[in-house]
Design a protein around this ligand. Structure first.
Ligand SMILES: *[C@@H]1O[C@H](CO)[C@@H](O)[C@H](O)[C@H]1NC(C)=O
Ligand SMILES: *[C@@H]1O[C@H](CO)[C@@H](O)[C@H](O)[C@H]1NC(C)=O
Ligand SMILES: *[C@@H]1O[C@H](CO)[C@@H](O)[C@H](O)[C@H]1NC(C)=O
Ligand SMILES: *[C@@H]1O[C@H](CO)[C@@H](O)[C@H](O)[C@H]1NC(C)=O
Length: 464
């Protein structure tokens, strides 16, 4: 009888071990597709272009591309904190091997624990190269250029000239290098192509630099849905579970955030490998962390605030003007940043949910459309391909691609839209004066404040 009991207990223990998640043994690794703006492009890009690029009876004529830069190095803050991970590494190993505070359930498997033990921070990553494009980032860009050229060889010829092609990037290393990677993908040699000058006020690609209303709105501060979610029961439970899993009784949220950040970066730097820090998180925990990120971007750049839909007015007008015009440039490609891309999608009504994302509806928003991992990974790109369809009633058509997936809009036919419908759908924003539409540009703010100063002067004059 006692023997049977012991046997049963052994079986239970074995079954328990079998159930415990092991990142190193997981061949699917669904959580790597949930890293929000730090997701690797190669993991989430679409794979159906074969079926989506050809439009019977139509010929592709023009392309307009808005490309986020490829995988980059961390921000200075994260680079400075990174050595802290070596302390955490040693503490986790000590918890498991010396203090024996390993939890009974959901402990790290031996593979994941050993991987953490062997981890080292790459000390060549220093603040003087903060946010630089990585070699994988360059490859991401070379890859998208080659891919689009394979599908649209007539629109993207491999011979460069500066009337047919228009390239522009922002004033950063990562977008400059991204442009070069893209040019190399198209022309073989990056140096043959040149990018247009960056205007002193880059209202087209960095409008947020000139709009304090946009920057100052409360999307992640006290009282925001993001902050509310990060003090919710589900969040607290997730933090507690991660802490316990690593054998700690207390672990600062900053430490958890750092592990998550480096997990995401390392995964994106080496797509063919995994980061040991990703093994720290169970897939369902990543789903919670991802939701917090989605909330932040939803209110920062997405549909959370109505004014976000009006913010990227200039990019929408540029796209429609470029694709409407029959003359060169035939290919326009911009290399910019995450918030520019996200606000462009928001202006176009892409991936809009019927129900708003909130701190309290995580449970019911699992299949939400606003998933930044899908919308805005590293090297995310939005491409409008303009078609000429001589035999159709509507001769001008367009397909929009987001990360190599044809964008589904309910006024289009499985991704194929009438150009006249584009003009009708976006009429308001197309006819708007972008200087006034949301944020008044510095010039008009200047005018407004002069008016106020004038008024005050008049009042002061009247009072005397
Ligand atoms: C360390 O980082 C530098 C700078 O990004 C990079 O060139 C190098 O390849 C990295 N080393 C390893 C082993 O990943
Ligand atoms: C530029 O390239 C396009 C596409 O290859 C070609 O049609 C056009 O004639 C070229 N223009 C000049 C000025 O070379
Ligand atoms: C979660 O933790 C925070 C601080 O640690 C606390 O302020 C908050 O009340 C907790 N939330 C819940 C729902 O218990
Ligand atoms: C596009 O226009 C044609 C002709 O006017 C019309 O028959 C068709 O329904 C339109 N397509 C969509 C998706 O609305």
């Amino acid at each position: 009888m006692r023997l049977l009991l012991l046997l049963m207990m052994a079986c239970l223990a074995y079954a328990q071990q079998q159930q415990d998640y092991c990142f190193g043994k997981d061949t699917e690794r669904p959580q790597t597709r949930q890293f929000s703006s730090k997701t690797a492009y190669q993991i989430v890009k679409g794979t159906n272009m074969d079926k989506q690029y050809q439009v019977p009876g139509c010929e592709p004529k023009k392309m307009w591309i808005y490309h986020r830069h490829g995988t980059r190095l961390p921000t200075p803050g994260t680079i400075r904190e990174a050595p802290r991970l070596e302390e955490l590494r040693d503490a986790i190993i000590k918890n498991y091997r010396v203090l024996r505070t390993k939890p009974d359930e959901n402990a790290l498997c031996l593979i994941d624990l050993t991987a953490i033990q062997m981890w080292k921070w790459n000390a060549s990553i220093t603040v003087d190269i903060e946010e630089h494009l990585t070699s994988q980032g360059y490859e991401d860009m070379r890859g998208t250029a080659k891919l689009y050229q394979r599908y649209y060889p007539t629109v993207l010829p491999s011979k460069y000239n500066d009337s047919y092609y228009l390239f522009r990037h922002t004033d950063t290393q990562r977008t400059t290098e991204s442009f070069k990677g893209f040019a190399e993908g198209l022309f073989g040699d990056a140096s043959v192509a040149t990018a247009a000058d960056i205007p002193e006020k880059d209202l087209l690609l960095r409008p947020y630099d000139y709009c304090s209303d946009f920057k100052d709105k409360n999307y992640k501060g006290e009282g925001s849905e993001y902050q509310k979610f990060r003090t919710s029961a589900i969040w607290n439970r997730t933090m507690a579970d991660i802490t316990k899993r690593l054998g700690f009784t207390f672990l600062a949220e900053d430490d958890i955030k750092l592990m998550f950040d480096i997990c995401r970066y390392e995964q994106a730097w080496r797509v063919d490998r995994t980061s040991v820090w990703c093994g720290v998180f169970l897939p369902e925990q990543v789903t919670v962390l991802e939701y917090a990120e989605d909330l932040k971007y939803y209110y920062g750049s997405g549909y959370g605030f109505e004014e976000n839909t009006r913010f990227n007015c200039r990019a929408v007008q540029d796209m429609v003007a470029r694709l409407s015009s029959p003359v060169s440039p035939h290919v326009v490609a911009y290399f910019a940043h995450s918030s520019g891309l996200q606000t462009l999608l928001t202006a176009l009504g892409i991936n809009k949910d019927d129900i708003k994302l909130r701190a309290d509806n995580f449970d019911s928003m699992g299949s939400r459309r606003w998933k930044t991992s899908q919308l805005g990974p590293f090297a995310a790109n939005f491409v409008g391909v303009k078609y000429h369809c001589p035999a159709s009633l509507e001769k001008e058509k367009v397909v929009f691609f987001l990360n190599q997936n044809a964008v589904q809009l309910d006024w289009c036919n499985v991704g194929l839209c009438n150009w006249s419908d584009v003009l009708a759908q976006y009429k308001t924003i197309l006819e708007a004066d972008c200087d006034e539409y949301y944020c008044r540009s510095a010039a008009s703010v200047g005018r407004a404040s002069m008016l106020v100063t004038g008024l005050i002067a008049a009042i002061v004059y009247l009072m005397h």
